[in-house]
Design a binder for this molecule. Structure first.
Ligand code: NAD
Ligand code: MG
Length: 382
């Protein structure tokens, strides 16, 4: 048996990871962590009997503790214990927390020498140089769960020296064919209605605004040590080709499969081997088209901002991410319209004085400051 800790076990990736584990049967759960969904966590504790769980929200933690008083699973409370959970010795730490809150646990896991399966792309966007340096120093594996990066990770095997460019595919989200005029009218419900993937609400909104692809460009830059000019994005509405690489001689390699996150998750758990998955195979004769389009960055400027912030480096990517998080949650609460999200991001980036080679503290400060600015901008405008 191997041991795993799952951060964010009640989320879309967290629950699918547990399904993969049900199928593989050779993993034991060391710890599970959540923000506050103790009802689902309670069920998970009964089924998987982890050594301990972490609940960030204090009241929810206290409630769970009393519900579990006859169980041997220990309940820890508060954000700091996410780092404790990440640093406990395991074979694999899977980080499926959403947002910047995932960065410190990622750092703690790498520092402790745990191999990491990373779904939390915001870790790499905000703390790319820091996290990749640590991973190198400690000799830990950083396995990408994100489907595009998982695809590229697989494609690069044996081809690292011959790489010309990385081509990330994007579904385009629900609004790919909308005019700018139509985009002014879209609701939260429309934005949450993703055509191909079932995911948490934050990444679903990011997919609709193309910020998800922007974050993924930065994620790819750090994961594969690839220059921004050699990372391209193409909208591929069918979500069958999960990404491609172009080699120096013009050969293009593509990774294809069903739109099912359990495949990349399982690949991280069985790496470097492969196992049968529980889902359906891709029926190639049922595919009528594989289309690829340039992304319209006038309609979806977030993608442009991500390249700019990524190339500028320093604390710019952390600020891009923080301003976006603030804007997304504000949009989800119905406070600002869809198109305002990218305007908030642009405004906060404009006001930011970047710090080069930031340490963790500088990144945490820039994140805080960018959120504060975003809230200020939103108050002023709406
Ligand atoms: P989700 O919202 O469904 O789940 C998030 C999980 O993190 C929950 O368990 C929640 O309790 C926990 N959490 C939320 N806020 C927290 C905080 N402040 N501190 C600690 N824990 C917190 O999100 P998701 O869709 O599973 O996405 C998780 C990560 O994986 C994101 O970074 C996302 O970009 C990435 N990702 C998701 C998908 C997908 O298909 N869902 C695909 C690729 C990448
Ligand atoms: Mg992705």
């Amino acid at each position: 048996m191997k041991e795993i800790t799952i951060l964010g076990s009640t989320g879309s990736i967290g629950t699918q990871t547990l399904e993969v584990i049900d199928n593989l049967k050779n993993w034991k759960i060391k710890a599970l962590t959540v923000y506050q969904n103790i009802d689902l966590l309670f069920e998970q504790v009964k089924k998987y009997q982890p050594e301990f769980v972490v609940v960030v929200e204090q009241e929810a933690a206290a409630k769970l503790k009393s519900k579990l008083k006859n169980q041997k699973t220990e309940v820890l409370a508060g954000k700091n214990n996410l780092k404790t959970a990440a640093a406990e010795d395991v074979d694999l730490l899977l980080n499926a927390i959403v947002g910047f809150a995932g960065l410190e646990p990622s750092v703690a896991a790498a520092e402790a020498g745990n191999d990491i399966a990373l779904a939390n792309k915001e870790s790499l966007v905000s703390g790319g140089p820091l996290l990749t340096q640590l991973v190198k120093e400690k000799g830990v594996k950083l396995l990408p769960v994100d489907s595009e990066h998982n695809a590229i990770f697989q494609l690069l095997k044996g081809h690292k020296q011959e790489l010309d460019e990385i081509i990330l595919t994007a579904s385009g989200g629900p609004f790919f064919s909308y005019s700018r005029e139509e985009l002014t009218q879209v609701s939260v419900e429309d934005a949450l209605n993703h055509p191909n993937w079932e995911m948490g609400s934050k990444i679903t909104i990011d997919s609709a605004s193309l910020m998800n692809k922007g974050l993924e460009v930065i994620e790819a830059h750090w994961l594969f040590d690839c220059a921004y000019d050699n990372i391209k994005v193409l909208v591929h509405p069918q979500s069958i080709v999960h990404s491609m690489i172009r080699l120096v001689d013009g050969t293009v390699l593509a990774e294809m499969g069903p739109a099912d996150m359990k495949i990349p998750i399982q690949f991280c758990l069985t790496y470097p081997e492969r196992n049968k998955t529980a889902g359906n195979n891709l029926e190639l004769d049922q595919i009528t088209a594989l289309e690829f389009f340039q992304a319209d960055t006038d309609k979806f400027p977030n993608l442009k901002y991500a390249y700019t912030a990524g190339k500028a480096g320093g604390t710019f990517p952390a600020v891009l991410n923080a301003a976006n998080e603030a804007a997304v949650y504000s949009f989800l609460r119905g406070e600002i319209p869809f198109l305002a999200m990218s305007r908030v991001v642009a405004s906060v980036l404009d006001q930011h004085q970047s710090i080069s080679d930031p340490d963790l503290e500088a990144i945490l400060n820039s994140d805080q400051e960018a959120r504060r600015l975003a809230v200020e901008v939103i108050k002023e405008w709406f």
